[in-house]
Design a protein around this ligand. Structure first.
Ligand SMILES: Nc1ncnc2c1ncn2[C@@H]1O[C@H](COP(=O)(O)OP(=O)(O)OP(=O)(O)O)[C@@H](O)[C@H]1O
Ligand SMILES: [Mg+2]
Length: 120
C-alpha cells in the first residue's frame, strides 16, 4: 500500500512577471517537467506593489499582475527545476518574483488511479 506522506514529490510554486511565461515554459519542458499549471494572479511583495523601493512615509499598497506557475516533480528533480526557473526569469531588478517549494502528500492520476511517482 502507498503510504500517505511518503510521496517523494515536491510542489514548486513560482510567481513571475507575466511577460516571461513563454520563456519559462520552453525551459521547463526541456528539463522534463510532466505538467504545469498556470494562473493569472495579483500580488505584492516588499515594495507593496511599487516599482521603486518605498519611502517609509508611503503607505499605499497596490496589487501587480503576476503569473503563478505550479509544478509537481520528483524530489530529486526539484533543485534543477528551481535553477531553471531562476535562470529563465531573473533580471536582478526588484519584483523578479518568488519560488515556494513544499512537500506533496499524495497525487492521484484520475484516469488510471495511479498514485504518487506513477501519477505525475
Ligand atoms: N511572502 C510572500 N507570500 C506570498 N506571496 C508573495 C510573498 N512575497 C512575494 N509574493 C508574491 O510574489 C510576487 C513578486 O514578489 P517580489 O518579487 O516583489 O518579492 P520581494 O520580496 O518584494 O522581492 P524584491 O525585493 O526582489 O522585489 C508578489 O507580487 C506576490 O504575488
Ligand atoms: Mg518586490
Amino acid at each position: 500500500m502507498v503510504k500517505r506522506g511518503d510521496c517523494q514529490l515536491k510542489k514548486i510554486q513560482a510567481i513571475i512577471r507575466p511577460f516571461l511565461l513563454d520563456e519559462i515554459k520552453i525551459a521547463l519542458v526541456k528539463v522534463g517537467v510532466m505538467g504545469i499549471t498556470v494562473s493569472e494572479v495579483r500580488g505584492f511583495g516588499r515594495q507593496k506593489g511599487h516599482t521603486e523601493p518605498l519611502p517609509h512615509s508611503e503607505s499605499t499598497v497596490k496589487f501587480l499582475a503576476k503569473i503563478l506557475i505550479e509544478i509537481v516533480i520528483k524530489d530529486e528533480q526539484a533543485d534543477r527545476v528551481v535553477d531553471t526557473i531562476i535562470a529563465a526569469v531573473r533580471t536582478g531588478e526588484i519584483g523578479d518574483g518568488k519560488i515556494f517549494v513544499s512537500p506533496v502528500e499524495q497525487v492521484i492520476r484520475i484516469r488510471t488511479g495511479e498514485k504518487n511517482l506513477d501519477a505525475i
